[in-house]
Design a protein around this ligand. Structure first.
Ligand code: CA
Length: 224
């Protein structure tokens, strides 16, 4: 996990860097808003710790500019003591959480963990293509809002196709990722399961999502 700390007070910045590194985070420090913006635009951070009181471009403006340029990285704002106005402006500018100075490092860590966890969940649990949705947490599958009941094997196959959506997957790839070592490559079991899946996912829908690539395998994509 890679974290960007934007803080002009050298003592606080190095204290944060040292503490976060001990917790095995990779940490970069920017000492002003401009540098923070630059680093956030060129590196893929998992989290940004952003002080509001910065010389030049302040934390609120940095946050707003990040959101304006489409960077959705979670932002934890550091605000001055009990300044409600700053907290509100920070959240309005797109910050995800804030922490009031002075803070206990343990609390900062807890908030960092919570934000990273939230982001991780948003990132990985729901796979989607067109109106087809698969929730990796609940194993629920829906097409156009209608629940679809799949067997365990059909679910694994669909999950694999969704993880590789818009790419051709060969029968060998499917056998290696969905069937494991008990797979007998001389059978047509993959084609049989794809047929089952088609009956449940595509049958009755105008737009078909599972397509056969003759002689090669399959591709899950929106038909255009
Ligand atoms: Ca400051």
């Amino acid at each position: 996990m890679r974290i960007l700390v934007v803080e002009d007070e050298i003592k606080i910045a190095s204290f944060l860097k040292r503490g976060l590194k001990e917790e095995r985070y990779v940490v970069d420090v920017a000492n002003n808003g401009q540098e923070g913006l630059f680093l956030a635009e060129v590196n893929p951070y998992d989290l940004i710790i952003l002080d509001i009181m910065l010389p030049g471009t302040d934390g609120i403006s940095v946050c707003r500019k990040l959101r304006d340029s489409g960077i959705a990285t979670p932002v934890l704002m550091l605000t001055a003591r009990n300044n409600i106005e700053d907290k509100v402006r920070g959240l309005d500018a797109g910050a995800d959480d804030y922490l009031t100075k002075p803070f206990a490092f343990e609390e900062l860590l807890a908030r960092v963990r919570a934000l990273l966890r939230r982001q991780q969940e948003e990132k990985t649990t729901c796979l989607q293509l067109s109106d087809l949705e698969l929730d990796q947490l609940t194993h629920g599958v829906q097409r156009a809002g209608k629940p679809i009941i799949l067997t365990a094997k059909e679910y694994s196959l669909l999950e694999y196709l969704l993880l590789n959506a818009n790419q051709v997957v060969t029968r060998t790839m499917i056998s290696e990722h969905v069937w494991h070592e008990d797979f007998d490559s001389f059978t047509n079991v993959i084609d049989v399961y794809v047929k089952y899946l088609r009956n449940k996912i595509d049958k009755g829908f105008k737009k078909h999502l599972i397509h056969t690539i003759r002689g090669t395998g399959y591709i899950l994509k929106e038909d255009v």
